[in-house]
Design a protein around this ligand. Structure first.
Ligand code: CTP
Ligand code: MG
Length: 227
């Protein structure tokens, strides 16, 4: 059965709250609690291990593990604290709008033949340009093949363990775990996801998440279209 690693050990410096980001209140509960509930909604996740900042408690029904100094180190520590279980779902507590449907879709995708990892991502909507050191544009990328990567990311356990078995400087360079699987020769597939599965980084993101959770955005759109 599947297990989940929930990453909540970051400090949340860009959010700038009075506590670590995963424990900031959102819609009446700590940010991390929304993901715990989405992961539990399916009944397919046997165990949730939460990578925690110092002195913070594990959410009810989960197992706590001390986080590391960088994100992938937190993944490694949470995996070491986990019981048996395969595949392994990795999710950032900073994405509280996780849905059970997306959890299901990523679990389904990794169960396909020859797939080492299945990762949620949404198509890039902005035009992306590359520049030289002076800020002069050197290239405009073809947007059609570009994806903005999110979590959840689900891995076959052996692939993730192999990918994480690298020196500390490589772990520190990883902004997502799928990259570690790619560089160890693994096959990573995309599971299309909505942009609503946003990452809370700044106060603006927190306000947006609050509105989406309250259904305010939907209501307001309805109001606007009724004119
Ligand atoms: N994370 C973690 N361990 C770390 C760093 C980050 O578990 N050493 C987690 C965060 O808790 C978050 C996710 O990884 O859920 C994505 O990281 P990010 O959005 O950068 O969160 P923070 O590191 O908390 O924020 P900041 O970079 O602004 O300090
Ligand atoms: Mg960070």
């Amino acid at each position: 059965m599947a297990i989940a690693l929930l990453l909540a050990a970051g400090r949340g410096e860009r959010l700038g709250a009075d506590r670590p980001k995963a424990f900031v209140q959102l819609g009446g509960k700590p940010l991390v609690q929304w993901s715990v509930e989405a992961l539990n909604a399916l009944g397919d996740i046997e165990q949730i291990v939460v990578a925690l900042p110092p002195d913070m408690p594990a959410p009810a029904g989960t197992i706590g593990a001390p986080g590391g100094s960088v994100r992938s180190e937190s993944v490694k520590r949470a995996l070491a604290a986990a019981g048996p279980g395969d595949p392994v779902l990795v999710h950032d507590a900073a994405r509280p709008l996780l849905t059970a449907e997306l959890v299901q879709a990523t679990l389904d995708a990794v169960s396909r033949e020859g797939v080492d990892a299945a990762i949620a991502a949404s198509p890039v909507t902005d035009t992306i340009k590359q520049t030289d050191g002076e800020g002069v544009v050197t290239r405009t990328l073809d947007r059609s093949g570009l994806w903005a990567v999110q979590t959840p990311q689900v891995f076959r356990r052996a692939s993730l363990e192999r990918a994480l078995d690298v020196p500390a400087d490589v772990l520190a360079a990883a902004t997502d775990d799928a990259w570690l699987v790619e560089r160890s020769g693994g096959r990573v597939t995309i599971v299309p996801s909505e942009r609503e599965n946003l990452k809370v980084t700044s106060p603006l993101d927190l306000a947006l998440a609050e509105m989406l959770l309250a259904g305010l955005v939907g209501q307001r759109l309805k109001h606007l279209t009724s004119f």
